[in-house]
Design a protein around this ligand. Structure first.
Ligand code: GLP
Length: 246
């Protein structure tokens, strides 16, 4: 594992974007695994800047997003498809046909999850997977559990996660109760993984993920077994790592 403690969110975002840009330049037809949430927004901004100012070329890139809420349409501004279009895809020369997000609107979400798994298996392996970190240690929407879910699946969101994500909705009642998420299998099969985390609220989850026991109660702890993991975090998120002398 390579752990880089950055001064602040800005530096973390730029370093993360530089690594993704290097991947794109080295392998222009890379498959990128992408994440949503507030953490990667700065990284996506920097990638857009690199596209506009330095000619970073997304034309051959294929993307697989981690997850989507069940019941939200792509036009819903809280859906992850909307998020990706708005925060990255609409601003670079990626081919929209090559961007994939689970379909949260299918009548049978389980069938949607299975179809996404098949698609990911067909397109993958992911060359570079970007991950944020839930305050409870989740990655994608792989929530704490008594086992690691390997395949893409439908998940019932924990109250902690719905609470954490309610800031984007007008009330907690509007936060969907279920989501479709790529499982641990596709994430761990990615050739390279980048985990990003910023702010005090992620400090506990980050130290447990990187230095605690590998357990499905902290889904991100599985990343300790990944052979090519880069972690970018800010000083606040690293505070418990430093405090515990790791
Ligand atoms: C959501 C997403 C995760 C993300 C997490 C953290 O639950 N499904 O992929 O990593 O939120 O979000 P944030 O970056 O907003 O803290």
């Amino acid at each position: 594992m390579y752990l880089s403690i950055c001064r602040d969110y800005e530096e973390m975002s730029v370093r993360c974007a530089q690594l993704i840009a290097a991947q794109i330049r080295l392998e222009p037809a890379s498959v990128l695994g992408l994440a949503t949430g507030s953490t990667p927004v700065g990284c996506y901004k920097e990638l857009i800047r690199l596209y506009n100012e330095e000619g970073l070329d997304f034309s051959e890139i294929e993307t697989i997003n981690l997850d989507e809420y069940v019941g939200l349409s792509p036009e819903n501004d809280q859906s992850y498809r909307y998020f990706m279009n708005h925060n990255l895809f609409d601003h670079v020369n990626v081919d929209p046909q090559l961007t994939h997000v689970p379909d949260g609107l299918r009548d049978n979400p389980q069938e949607s999850a299975e179809a996404y798994e098949t698609q990911a298996e067909w397109i993958g392996p992911i060359d570079m997977q970007l991950l944020g970190l839930g305050p409870n240690g989740h990655i994608g929407f792989n929530e704490p559990d008594d086992h690691f879910s390997v395949a893409t699946h439908v998940v019932e969101l924990t109250e902690t996660t719905r609470e954490a994500n309610k800031r984007f909705f007008s009330s907690i009642d509007e936060v969907p109760t279920h989501a479709i998420t790529l499982g641990i299998g596709q994430i761990m099969k990615a050739r390279k993984v980048i985990l990003i985390a910023n702010g005090e609220a992620k400090a506990e989850a980050l130290v447990k993920a990187l230095f605690g026991p590998v357990t499905p109660e902290v889904p991100a702890s599985i990343l300790q077994l990944h052979p090519d993991l880069t972690v970018f975090c800010d000083e606040a998120a690293a505070s418990k790592i430093v405090e515990n002398g790791f």
